[in-house]
Design a protein around this ligand. Sequence first.
Ligand code: FAD
Ligand code: AMP
Length: 479
Amino acid sequence: MSEKYDVVVIGSGPAGYVAAIRAAQLGLKTACIEKWKNDKGDGVNGGTCLNVGCIPSKALLDSSYKYHEAKEDLAVHGIKAGSVTIDVAAMLERKNKIINQLTGGIAGLFKANGVTALYGSGKLLAGKKVELTDHDGVVTTLDADNVILASGSSPIAIPVAPVDGELILDSTGALEIGSVPKRLGVIGAGVIGLELGSVWNRMGSEVVLLEAMQDFLAIMDKAIAKETKKILTKQGLDIRLGARVTATQINGKKVEVTYQSSDGSEHKETFDKLIVCVGRRAYTDGLLADDSGVQLDERGTVYVDEQCATNAPGVYAIGDIVRGPMLAHKGSEEGVMVAEIIAGHKAQMNYDIVPNVIYTHPEVASVGLSEEEVKAAGEPYNVGVFPFAASGRAMAANDTDGMVKIIAHADTDRILGCHIVGPSAADLVQQVAIAMEFGSSAEDLGMTVFGHPTLSEAVHEAALAVNGGAIHIANRKRR
Ligand code: FAD
Ligand code: AMP
């Protein structure tokens, strides 16, 4: 007889493992199937986020930033550090240690919450049955009252730049480069391309980003995107827009890249390594039997409604395999929502307030609507901006690039969006996300007492500036 569960989750990335833990906390008998293996062949939880995504990229970003700081930024504080060198192997080892600690932590959390961790491939069959093929090829079938699909995403491959794991890498390979490439090419100047490009730029590579689109960070608030491009270019990232890669050629130990500019002219560049960062696609390979009843949409993502229910009754899908931004926290919140719905609670997620961060230095972070989106919606609005150059805390830290921008409705003063490029932007934008969640006006935020001196004061001042009341900067005329 097959084992029966209230909930079977397929995939243990930040969407799946959070769903499994929440379901178990709510008293549901829960199993979570994961097919990822580490290099020792052991099953590991955590998905893209912990193994090859958010966490390892941040580990390398932090290490490379410290190296850069030690080399370039200490002198201004009067610190002489002598010659600073980097041990790339030690840096990668530190990253791997963090991965092991965190993925092991998920196994511990499963145990503590009573989630049954199963290792192998899960496939949804008809009638909410799940076929599990373990790493030894043994097949069993699980019966479930509810199934949550959370199989995540994988890097998009482009035929013009086939990943060989040697000279041409995807984002996963880019986290394992063992020595600093002299010249590094990056296809795609999106979030992942900018983060990985920054890591190696700080380490001394000459980094060229080739981006097909004419607009830089096209979906972001335009003023923030423009400021970001200026700052990153000043740091040495060579960002070429309207540059579509059309061919690559391996020549010995080098890779030659051909790209076309928007004026139609053709160009060639030679690199020691090339990273392909042209986005990610929903990963559903082997996930669904033909008669599972779950439908995909035209982009290959699993079709779901607002509450992540698929077409098949009792089957839900969350995280990168469904619509919406491919962000770990978006998937986790969907996981909590679905677990609560299954447990009979009322639950919904606010898709309008999902923060988005690029972990360059300075960080770029946003929540809510951009000025362009508000304008396109025809809503009247006011904007408040505060530059970090006017922040005492930023000055003390010698970290004054960037600004905070807050957009509020002109009639209600309700905050519609916040966009920041600057030090600790990820944490600062979260403050505004919380305010927005509580329906705050710019005036509410302006009336809140902020500690001094903090970077947060830049948020406070931007909120005050919305209605012309900033203290530490000349106010723009109100619209
Ligand atoms: P995943 O994390 O992809 O997990 C899915 C899991 O399902 C995998 O472990 C997979 O092995 C397993 N699986 C798939 N099919 C099956 C099957 N049939 N049976 C069993 N198991 C299966 N997001 C952020 O929010 N912040 C960041 O800073 C950030 N940085 C990133 C940096 C990089 C380099 C990359 C690549 C991504 C980054 N992301 C970031 C995106 C983030 O990693 C994803 O949005 C997130 O991991 C998606 O979570 P998920 O649970 O939907 O899928
Ligand atoms: P993101 O979706 O944020 O990961 O960004 C991926 C980026 O890669 C997008 O901005 C795309 O425009 C870009 N891109 C996709 N294909 C190509 C290509 N052939 N050459 C250059 N850039 C590309």
